[in-house]
Design a protein around this ligand. Sequence first.
Ligand SMILES: C[S@@+](CC[C@H](N)C(=O)[O-])C[C@H]1O[C@@H](n2cnc3c(N)ncnc32)[C@H](O)[C@@H]1O
Length: 279
Amino acid sequence: MPENEEIIEVLSCHANGYIRSLACSHPLRKQVLCTMFDFLGLKGKGLDLGCGIGLPAMEAFGKGVEVVGLDRETEFIEIARRIVRTFSSSTGLPPPPEFVQGDVTCLEFENNLFDWALSLDCINYAKDLVGEPLAEMKRVVKPGGRIILAAWSSQALLPGYPILEARLNATPQGAAPFESGMAPQHHFMFTAGALKDLGLKNIRCKTFLQDIYHPLDPRILRAVADLFCMRWGKSLPGLSPGDQALYKALTDPESDRFILASPAYYGFFTYTMFTGVVP
Ligand SMILES: C[S@@+](CC[C@H](N)C(=O)[O-])C[C@H]1O[C@@H](n2cnc3c(N)ncnc32)[C@H](O)[C@@H]1O
């Protein structure tokens, strides 16, 4: 196993659930993120805002670009730096990504420094991050450079149970980070409007899809099982007792109805991306 996979494996058992999920979901998200990066044809030097433990930035680096990752969590930045040491030793691609602690609402970078700025499952995914971070992204990207916002946008993970899945998606946890009462234009799917309001040009929207089907590699199986909890939680107060029991039976690896064990299993999820060019 390459060194970088080994460290991801170790982090997939981390005591901090957030770190564990970021690491554990990586094998599942890696392909769709790489497809997105290939589509974007990233070049030059970019900034990844809300980079987490840096795994997507590391994939972008693998495409031959220079990346700076920024996150407010010091622990995440320390882990990202630790991972980058294993990545750079195994790939030898210069120069390796840099990771810095900071806040997306107030970037400590000079104007027009980057060729692109990306935010994955961070900016515009939470309602308090809509305004200032977008203006900051525009400030630090050169004229002609791109701003890219991408986020998890949908899933179909319970084949054969569309009504249960629709109910799960309608719970507050399933609809998060969109909250009941929020203005529709604050939903992530309205990001194109926010980019237009910012004065960006050539606004583009695109959705990328990742298929998941039997037989599942054990790391993918673990990631999807983790995803059930991450997306919908272990128990959902908004669900009837019957739906709760069915959900548990379908998503519990110990259950004989565990849906991922079916040889007929097929599911998918999507990432939606919005881009605009700084005039
Ligand atoms: C869902 S995680 C996504 C991490 C990473 N982009 C990925 O896709 O693996 C969201 C990240 O945004 C970071 N974040 C949230 N608010 C932030 C802020 N105001 N400034 C910097 N980072 C922030 C969190 O610490 C977390 O690492």
